[in-house]
Ligand binder design. Structure first.
Ligand SMILES: Cc1cc2nc3c(=O)[nH]c(=O)nc-3n(C[C@H](O)[C@H](O)[C@H](O)COP(=O)(O)OP(=O)(O)OC[C@H]3O[C@@H](n4cnc5c(N)ncnc54)[C@H](O)[C@@H]3O)c2cc1C
Length: 402
């Protein structure tokens, strides 16, 4: 590498960081690429952290990039090293060890951290959040020989963690402020359908409830709900959403909303600084999904290496597995004026929301048959009136509508 080559510095070692580094290397074969990650591990698949908790996977089993990958692409990776400051005017960053490192092009790929509401900001050995491999391993260790867990939150992450705590033999009680589970992906009936399935697996729920008090006694912990019902546990896990990791960018003077504000090439207001993934905000949207982090990282990498490439459109479709059951949720699912058409069986809940015969939103749970056709009917605003309620049936022949 010669001294005139650009020096690409990336803060973070997750999905956005690695997709950016990979893209840079396909375009620029010789520029120096340095990645700083404050976690002690190489790039791993964060969505599988619940498996680390239950013991279904070891950290090596969820690691996506091993040392030889970084070596083969001449990417310098520094794990366990955080960045504390960025000075855009001097083009330098400072590490937790106090070293300053110059850059010519910089990427913020700092992700998110777990949000802890004020009530739960108590330094107590039985209160946990769940974002990193270290969090998963610490929670697993704390559950050894223990029986009861209290989960604060009823979103995707909370339920996945709750299910994996059950696998460890824990009795789990979930407290959710909304009146039904997965309030962002399901409507009331879909949420109740999921709740019934999860109750059969041993989870219990307090929905439409918030915590009024957290009481600690020795190592155990209890919460009092707003209806005065107390619930105690050996561990309390707070899964109440995430906060984009933006503080260093803010201190560096970059515009920050919920995330670090970027244009459609993932560039910030500072010409040599980009941001991608959970920490970025584009057109007022901070997405917080794995595929979005990959797409934004790739886009940032291309532009950092001198291309002019706008970011691919990011869909708002959530496609996840919850308790091993596939769920797809897309579009508008909470508008009371839309007409729902529903198919349900003991294990399947499917619903399309129609406005004047055109599909505007969909929930498919347990059977995703026709997902492509339904999503395309939503984006093309296809009028399905002629088929009455039949399009929600898994056996519906979509070809006839086109
Ligand atoms: C348990 C779990 C399950 C999930 N399941 C799904 C799913 O099923 N589907 C889905 O789409 N999404 C899922 N997500 C969300 C998904 O993991 C994130 O959207 C994705 O990881 C974002 O990638 P990222 O690279 O932007 O950030 P991250 O993966 O958060 O990586 C950012 C990295 O930067 C590091 N960092 C932060 N600040 C600094 C600093 N100052 N110096 C150095 N390093 C720093 C962090 O430690 C972290 O390692 C899940 C998340 C969790 C926690």
């Amino acid at each position: 590498m010669n001294s005139d080559s650009p020096k690409y510095v990336i803060i973070g070692n997750g999905a956005a960081a690695i997709s950016a580094a990979t893209k840079i290397r396909t375009i620029d074969k010789s520029g120096i690429i340095m990645i700083f990650g404050e976690e002690p591990f190489l790039y791993y698949y964060r969505p599988r952290l619940p498996d680390l908790l239950s013991g279904d996977a070891e950290i090596s089993g969820i690691t996506i990039r091993h040392p030889d990958w970084y070596e083969n692409l001449s990417i310098i990776v520094r794990t366990d090293v955080g960045i504390t400051h960025v000075e855009p005017s001097r083009h330098v960053i400072t590490t937790t060890a106090g070293e300053t490192v110059p850059y010519s092009r910089l990427l913020f790929a700092t992700g998110s951290r777990a949000f802890r509401p004020d009530k739960f900001r108590i330094n107590h050995p039985s209160i946990f959040t769940f974002r990193t491999a270290a969090d998963a391993l610490a929670l697993k260790a704390a559950c050894e020989g223990k029986k009861n867990a209290v989960m604060i939150g009823g979103g995707i992450l909370a339920l996945e963690v709750a299910i994996h705590l059950c696998k460890l033999g824990m009795a789990v009680t979930v407290v959710e402020i909304a009146n039904h589970l997965l309030p962002r992906q399901l409507d009331d009936e879909g949420g109740k359908f999921l709740q019934t399935l999860l109750e059969l697996r041993g989870l219990s729920f307090h929905l439409g409830r918030s915590t009024s008090e957290v009481i600690t006694a020795g190592n155990s912990i209890s919460v009092k709900l707003d209806n005065d019902v107390p619930i105690s546990g050996d561990v309390l896990v707070v899964c109440a959403g995430v906060v984009p990791e933006v503080e260093i960018a803010r201190r560096a003077g970059l515009p920050v909303g919920r995330g670090i504000v970027v244009d459609n090439t993932m560039r910030t207001s500072s010409p040599d600084i980009w941001a991608a993934g959970d920490c970025a905000e584009y057109e007022g949207r901070n997405v917080g999904l794995w595929q979005a982090a990959l797409a934004q990282g790739t886009c940032a990498g291309a532009n950092m290496a001198g291309m002019e490439e706008p970011c691919k459109k990011i869909s708002n479709t959530a496609k996840i597995k919850i308790a091993g059951i596939e769920l797809l949720s897309s579009g508008i699912i909470d508008n009371d004026s839309f007409r729902p058409i529903t198919y349900r069986s003991d294990t399947v809940f499917r619903r399309i929301f129609l406005e004047n015969g055109c599909p505007r939103g969909v929930i498919l749970f347990g059977d995703l048959t026709g997902e492509k056709e339904i999503l395309s009917a939503i984006s093309n605003k296809t009028d399905l009136s002629a088929w009455g309620d039949r399009p929600i049936d898994p056996g519906f022949e979509w070809i006839k509508t086109s």
